[in-house]
Design a protein around this ligand. Structure first.
Ligand code: HMG
Ligand code: MG
Length: 314
């Protein structure tokens, strides 16, 4: 791919414990979640979205947020994030060892209604005190904008509409905006069109990309985003993920596939792939289904790792 511009390093944001587990039929025991997150940290994943402080009746798989946060291992350089939809969520998170609070809205009114029970305007009004209080506590604030390319209820979303929501989030004072292709309909061309629109107002170093992988285009979309200048990428171990309010959504792009893609292209992630795959195998056994990634299917003895030092037959 000559001419592809790549950064020297990428900040990976692991969303499997939140985006992944919210979409599983089974609820994983709290201690098991903590053990898995510890394995992710051991593999060098240093930014982990651990859970959500949302209404437990709506997402029962993450109802143990307070207890989980109390069990998370403290590791130098590892930062934990959690979704916080409103002041009630922030109050629940007050004792949690969080570095990042993540608020979430969408570029589509219908999705926002289904997901968080209000309009986009109302969601932004709810975030205002959450952002102010989080900043007062010295926390970073990430904001998700969902359905940035397509919406399960409204179809294609114009990039200008996403830019408008991003502008309002910047006014609220968020640090970073993660652009969510919630139902995974993006392509590289649409990704770059979106980034050109959003990039008119959001500095590229504050943009993250969050691709679900319904059509197998997520890795290509990530390349398109990196080429545009993005350096923050969300992914989920084992390709877990999906949103209970986004019919048709598939899992997130798999962290192990992203790590292979990036490290194999000379882009540093800080993640050790074999150790990450231990975490993939662990959670797959807990959930009782195989990981959805390509990399996890490679026999461990044949793993092409580290990419620059691997030789045939080794
Ligand atoms: P609400 O407006 O209060 O209304 O909640 P509600 O009817 O949905 O909930 C009412 C009940 O929840 C009340 O309790 C509230 O007190 C309680 P009741 O009186 O019935 O006993 N409640 C809470 N309880 C605990 N913690 C809270 C909280 N807030 C209210 N923080 C709310 C609005 C947003 C909380 C609710 O609609 C909700 O939790 N929705 C779930 C949203 C969610 O988690 N979606 C999935 C994550 S988003 C996603 O996956 C996309 C993303 O990955 C990016 C992408 O892929 O695009 C981020
Ligand atoms: Mg998601």
């Amino acid at each position: 791919m000559s001419g592809l511009r790549l950064p020297a390093a990428v900040r990976l944001v692991e969303v499997g414990p939140r985006d992944g587990l919210q979409n599983e039929a089974a609820t994983v025991p709290t201690e098991t979640k903590a053990q898995w997150i510890g394995m992710l940290a051991d593999a060098g994943v240093c930014e982990i979205e651990a859970t959500s402080f949302v209404a437990p009746a709506r997402v029962p798989q993450l109802a143990d947020a307070e207890n989980l946060m109390a069990l998370l291992p403290t590791r130098a350089g590892v930062r934990y994030a959690a979704l916080v939809p409103n002041e009630q969520g922030l109050a629940r998170a007050r004792h949690a060892a969080l570095e990042t609070v993540a608020v979430f809205t969408a570029a589509s009114e219908s999705f926002t209604r289904h997901n968080i029970g209000c309009s986009i305007d109302e969601s932004l009004a709810r975030f205002d005190p959450v952002v102010r209080e989080s900043r007062r506590r010295g926390l970073r604030v990430r904001a998700y904008v969902s359905t940035v390319i397509g919406c399960p209820y409204e179809g294609a979303i114009p990039p200008a509409r996403v830019r408008e929501v991003c502008a309002r989030l910047l006014e609220l004072g968020v640090d970073e905006i993660s652009l969510g292709d919630t139902i995974g309909v993006g392509t590289p061309a649409r990704t770059q069109a979106l980034l050109r629109a959003v990039g008119e107002i959001v500095p590229v170093e504050r943009i993250a990309v969050h691709f679900h992988d319904t059509y197998g285009t997520a890795l290509a979309n990530i390349c398109a985003a990196l080429d545009y200048g993005v350096t923050i990428v969300d992914s989920a171990t084992g390709g877990l993920g999906g949103c209970p309010y986004a019919p048709g959504a598939r899992g997130n792009v798999a962290t192990e596939d992203v790590v292979y893609l990036l490290e194999g292209s000379g882009v540093k992630t800080g993640v050790d792939l074999p150790r990450l795959l231990d975490a993939v195998d662990f959670i797959a056994a807990v959930l009782g289904h195989a990981p959805r990634s390509r990399t996890a299917q490679v026999p461990r003895g044949r793993l092409w790792w580290p990419p620059e030092r691997t030789t045939p037959g080794s």
